[in-house]
Design a binder for this molecule. Structure first.
Ligand code: 13P
Length: 249
């Protein structure tokens, strides 16, 4: 069975005090929490602050990193540096990185490899645009994006979760219906069977992201192939996020 994961992607939001205060609030509430693994992906400048909080049942992860281990890469941080700081997770392939920063599947594969090598658990994001969906190409696009994982070994796949985030649902308030989401999650599960095996496909968590909030999480999380969520906007509100975590049980 795939592990349940509920993750907060704070993107480029919150000032330092707000970030620390939100994390402290979540930590207090989730200290004895049983159920889904909870991960927070803050802006990278707050990683060290959050990692100093003790007594927290929350994992901390990076929204981005570069695939080289060290060297002359001004402005970048490596997976090794993130692991050394105490991070346990990282996002790779978010549509905002693909679209705004032009990250290709080839680059994303290098990031996945170096992240895993450094000891991070990677949440690999995929998702189609509205135009691609309207043309009926959503499955072809997702297949192409998931095929990036093909060269990974069984051990490496142990360190991978997938987030299906349809671009048309991100930050728009338009969520995929539970049947649209479940259809795509089941498709991704099938692709994993074809690429790897039934048992590997069974243990890879597939999270849903895209306007997932406290009002729709319960229904989304009740779907067979939805193993949790990657939450943007609603993760910036303590009560909303805690409610979403609650629905993942
Ligand atoms: P929203 O929940 O704000 O739509 O963002 C989803 C997302 O991109 C999480 O990575």
């Amino acid at each position: 069975m795939a592990k349940k994961i509920v993750a907060a992607n704070w993107k480029m939001n919150l000032l330092r005090k707000e970030a620390i205060s939100l994390f402290n609030g979540l930590s207090k509430s989730l200290l004895d929490h049983k159920g889904a693994e909870v991960v927070v992906f803050p802006p990278s400048i707050y990683l060290a602050d959050l990692l100093q909080v003790t007594n927290t049942g929350i994992h901390v992860g990076a929204q981005n990193f570069y695939f080289e281990e060290k060297g002359a890469y001004t402005g970048e941080v490596s997976a090794t540096q993130l692991k050394d700081l105490g991070c346990s997770y990282a996002l790779v392939g978010h549509s905002e990185r693909r679209m705004i920063f032009g990250e290709s599947n080839e680059l994303l594969f290098k990031k996945i490899k170096s992240g895993i090598e450094a000891g991070l658990h990677i949440v690999y994001c995929c998702g189609e645009s509205l135009e691609q969906r309207e043309l009926g190409n959503e499955k072809t696009i997702i297949l192409e994006q998931i095929e990036v994982l093909r060269p990974l070994s069984t051990e490496e796949l142990n360190k991978i979760s997938i987030a299906y985030e349809p671009i048309w649902a991100i930050g728009t308030g338009v969520t995929a219906s539970s049947s649209q989401a479940e259809e795509m999650h089941a498709f991704i599960r099938g692709v994993l069977v074809d690429l790897f095996s039934e048992s590997i496909s069974d243990y890879i968590s597939i999270l849903y992201g895209g306007s997932c909030n406290e009002n729709n999480a319960e229904e989304l999380f009740s779907c067979q192939n939805i193993d949790g969520g990657l939450i943007g906007g609603a993760s910036l509100k303590q009560n909303a996020f805690l409610q979403i975590v609650e629905f993942s049980k």
